[in-house]
Ligand binder design. Structure first.
Ligand code: ADP
Ligand code: MG
Length: 463
């Protein structure tokens, strides 16, 4: 009897996981479904109760949040009507495993001294980008305060302004200032241990560490081994409970020992939706500084600085013309300059006002014309929300994916005018009612939800 049950549950799980493999994108399947096991299948009269076990709390929670419905459906296909519950394998085992790993950390992580010198000579992705300095950051009224705050922090890390929180819409120099702080500190003190990372990297590394039971290394890295942490696009952690929690403790450890934290975000702490209150208040503990779109003089100065650095001949009238056309994004400003230079060197001529007008006209035309394809819109959306295309097209209803999916559907409708049914086909064959619902929902949220409006503007600027 016991034996047949054992054989059964293994077979059932094999069948169920085969079904799931078809509906869950493969990297997600390997990450979340594969580690699961069925520990019990109980039959009480007509009721079947299935208990699925996850290796740790984090996986259990993730699976519950994201895949409960698919897993349940798959079990029902195999077993018929049944109930599903999740449990954790051997709670507490994680800590034990972490301790074992801890004793081996010395084997994998170079000792402190080695790490210090390697961080200076061999920049890794954790190191500030050497292109971005205070010297090549053009200061104007729109960014004066952010610049001064950043500079003060680089000069006196961990003192007055901890944390420093910089925010602005995309393309206005947050990342540039963030790296400039790190570079300045490293210039003054080559031994300083500076970490630059995106919040996305923090989240991914955390997930990876949880899965591979390397949490003590993760914690040792972020809580103990840097003098300054520069973390870009912190809004990315909002609503990701485990990441917020872990960041909260990282923050406390750094702040408590007077080590500097600098964060950037596309909006002020108050407007980051879904962020835990205790995390939000910490973001506001130090100094919050915003950057607004640069004035025309600053835009011209940025163009000229950029031209000078890249050795591009840029006549004054051209600089003024570009700056008068492109107002809200420095990245775009630079983009035009780069395209003009490419064109000039291709045709063997110099950048002229005529050429510039043509270039800007064709850029504007390409914005209006059928360039707004469903694919281009999907790509802009996944880029903006930093999710994968296959997730966008999947059935998952997790908000982190479902919301971007609705935005993408809305934008495709808006720009291509395609029918709801056809739009559904771009998302793995979603029903036309789903598309209709998404379009109406986003349309009506646009009026009242400032965040959706900013998001959509930012996505359009990526198109
Ligand atoms: P954000 O992080 O706010 O999206 P970035 O820091 O990536 O923006 O800036 C986009 C581009 O514009 C970068 O190449 C950056 O060097 C440049 N940039 C932005 N502001 C300035 C400025 N005030 N002076 C010089 N370059 C700037
Ligand atoms: Mg940035």
């Amino acid at each position: 009897m016991t034996l047949s049950v054992v054989v059964d549950r293994i077979e059932v799980w094999q069948a169920v996981s085969r079904l799931l493999e078809e509906v869950v994108p493969s990297h997600l399947y390997h990450a979340w479904i594969e580690p699961l096991r069925v520990v019990e299948i109980n039959q009480d009269g007509l009721k079947i109760q299935v208990e699925v076990v996850a290796p740790n709390d984090f996986t259990a929670q993730w699976v519950r949040d994201h895949y409960q419905k698919q897993i349940h459906t798959a079990f029902q296909q195999i077993l018929g009507e049944c109930q599903l519950s999740f449990s954790i394998a051997n709670p507490g085992s994680e800590e034990i495993v972490e301790k074992v790993i801890e004793t081996k950390v010395a084997d994998v992580v170079p000792p402190q001294e080695e790490r210090r010198s390697s961080s200076v000579h061999k920049p890794s992705s954790d190191q500030p980008d050497s292109r971005y300095h205070f010297e090549n950051f053009v200061v104007g009224g729109s960014n004066q305060f952010a610049h001064a705050s950043a500079f003060a922090v680089a000069e006196h890390p961990g003192k007055q302004y901890n944390p420093l929180f910089l925010f602005s819409p995309p393309g206005l120099g947050k990342t540039h200032l963030l790296h400039a702080i790190g570079n300045r500190l490293l210039q003054k003190n080559t031994q300083a241990r500076v970490a630059y990372l995106s919040a996305e990297k923090f989240v991914n590394e955390l997930i990876d560490s949880l899965q591979h039971r390397r949490m003590s290394q993760f914690r040792a890295k972020y809580r103990d081994s840097f003098d300054m942490i520069l973390i870009d696009d912190i809004q990315f952690i909002a609503g990701k409970n485990t990441s917020e929690e872990e960041f909260f403790h990282t923050f406390n450890a750094l702040h408590g020992s007077k080590r500097q934290i600098v964060m950037t975000s596309d909006r002020p702490p108050k407007e980051i939706q879904g962020l835990a209150e205790r995390v939000r208040t910490r973001f506001e503990w130090g100094l919050v500084a915003d950057i607004s779109p640069p004035e025309i003089e600053t835009r011209i100065a940025i163009l000229k600085t950029k031209a000078e650095t890249d050795d591009i001949y840029l006549p004054d009238d051209v600089a003024a013309y570009i700056a008068s056309c492109i107002k809200s994004n420095v990245r775009e400003l630079e983009g035009v300059l780069i395209r003009l230079q490419a064109q000039a060197s291709l045709t063997g001529s110099e950048i002229s006002l005529e050429m510039t007008k043509q270039e800007l006209k064709s850029a504007a035309l390409s914005l209006e014309a059928p360039h707004f394809t469903a694919e281009a819109i999907q790509n802009a959306v996944i880029k903006y929300y930093r999710i994968k295309l296959q997730d966008l097209k999947s059935a998952t209803r997790a908000r982190s994916v479902a919301h971007p999916r609705q935005i993408a559907m809305y934008l495709i409708r808006k720009y291509t005018g395609k029918g709801f049914k056809e739009i559904g086909s771009y998302f793995g064959g979603k029903d036309h009612t789903t598309v209709l619902y998404a379009c109406n929902k986003i349309d009506s949220s646009l009026e009242k939800d400032k965040i959706i409006r900013t998001d959509i503007e930012a996505i359009q600027s990526l198109l």
